[in-house]
Design a protein around this ligand. Structure first.
Ligand code: PMP
Ligand code: GLN
Length: 393
């Protein structure tokens, strides 16, 4: 967050400045650094998915579509939930296609939160949560998460709830920590939501990227489908982050609320791309198995290399990010470290403090992404090995 006042910007959005992803990618470009910062793959998803979208474009599927998504994609999303989670979803009344998970989050918070309402989420958090809450005029209350393996502190969660709390937002697998919430942890969250009558909002964009513990949608726990809005996106699963096709799944009454906001944010999005993702979601089991296997290998390579460089590595159970403690290198400020890294080492990374309401809690942590081709990752690691020891605190 920038500390200077931005002219013209509303009071609600003061302080949000330029996102850390844009800042670090600009530094990476300026210094021709290997960009292990912003979470964008440097490879594309499969050609057959691109072809499906291209064919839709050529055959003339280029105008506005139904606001909540083309019928084939809504059906494919429902079918995907059935196939992976044995969860029945009505494609017509319970699915809303959005411009990525980002729009789904924004539309959901605008739809559900009145000025002065409170929303609980975990810290660190994906940066758009704070901005979406601010745009809605809602007050965020954050609950700390300690690391990928640290258990959820249910008492801290309970303490964050007040009579004004309307919703809880949970991200699993978790960016940036790589924590995958266990079924027991989700059961505890579900109990809190039922007890305090909260709407649960889940961000599951990394649902297909887990390396051990399975991904469990909160909505599949007893009594939760009726109060949960499940958000996901095709960007990570099919390595097509620029297509921005996401969705929100919720029971009809909650879907109607989300759709009302969505109509006036984008109305609809990327008709031919929706056709491509409708096909993609039916990819065979081999696709998903190879996808995870490739990422598991890259996770192990990057975690091993960072540990060899004497960082304290917080090995992730999910996502394509790893956080590392830089204090063993003699540094204690991730922002300062990441602002020097592209020029001095030729690599870009993200300071985790950007994901904290209390930045001092994440000051010593830096996030590296492994959504890169082997050659890119090898080059990044080679540069870290060669140049990091020369970078003096
Ligand atoms: N949530 C999380 C946790 C993310 O990491 C991201 C971006 N990578 C998003 C939401 C946004 O997803 P999309 O690109 O589909 O808007
Ligand atoms: N989700 C991506 C990340 O965490 C960034 C997406 C963006 O730049 N908004 O790196």
């Amino acid at each position: 967050m920038a500390s200077l006042r931005t002219p013209h910007l509303t009071a609600k959005l003061q302080g949000f400045g330029t996102t850390i992803f844009s800042e670090m990618t600009a530094l990476a470009v300026a210094h021709d650094a290997v960009n292990l910062g912003q979470g964008a793959p440097d490879f594309d998803g499969p050609d057959w998915i691109k072809q499906a979208a291209a064919e839709a474009m050529v055959r003339g599927a280029n105008q506005y579509c139904r606001s909540f998504g083309i019928p084939d994609l809504c059906a494919a999303i429902a079918q995907h939930q059935r196939r992976f989670y044995d969860w029945g979803v009505d494609p017509e009344t319970e699915v809303t296609v959005t411009a990525g998970a980002t729009e789904a989050i924004f539309a959901t918070l605008l739809a559900l939160l009145d000025v002065g309402d409170e929303i609980v989420f975990f810290e660190p958090y994906y940066d758009s949560y704070m901005a979406a809450a601010a745009a809605a005029g809602a007050r965020p209350r954050t609950v700390p998460l300690e690391g990928p393996k640290a258990p959820l502190d249910v008492e801290a969660l309970r303490r964050a709830i007040t009579p004004k709390t309307r919703a809880l937002l949970l991200n699993t697998p978790h960016n940036p920590l790589g924590k995958v919430f266990s079924r027991d942890e989700l059961a505890a969250v579900a109990e809190v939501c039922r007890e305090y009558d909260l709407v649960a909002i889940t961000d599951e964009v990394y649902e297909h990227l887990t390396f051990g513990p399975p991904h469990v949608p909160l909505a599949t726990l007893p009594g939760m489908a009726e109060r949960t809005i499940t958000i996901s996106s095709a960007g990570k699963t099919f390595s097509l982050t620029g297509w921005k096709i996401g969705w929100a799944i919720a029971p009809p009454a909650l879907s109607r609320a989300v759709r009302t906001a969505h109509q006036f944010i984008t109305f609809c999005n990327g008709t031919p791309l929706q056709h491509g993702i409708a096909k993609a979601l039916a990819a065979d089991d081999d696709y998903f198995a190879a996808f995870v296997a490739g990422y598991r290998k890259r996770r192990d390579v990057l975690c091993g290399a960072l540990a060899d460089l004497d960082m304290d590595v917080l090995e992730p159970d999910g996502t394509y990010f790893v956080c590392a403690d830089i204090r063993p290198l003699g540094f204690d400020d991730g922002y300062a470290f990441c602002r020097r890294l592209p020029a001095e080492v030729g690599v870009a990374a993200i300071p985790c403090a950007a994901f904290y309401e209390h930045p001092e809690r994440g000051r010593h942590l830096v996030r590296f992404g492994f959504c890169k081709r082997d050659a890119t990752l090898d080059e990044g690691i080679a540069r870290l090995r060669e140049n990091l020891p020369k970078m003096k605190p």
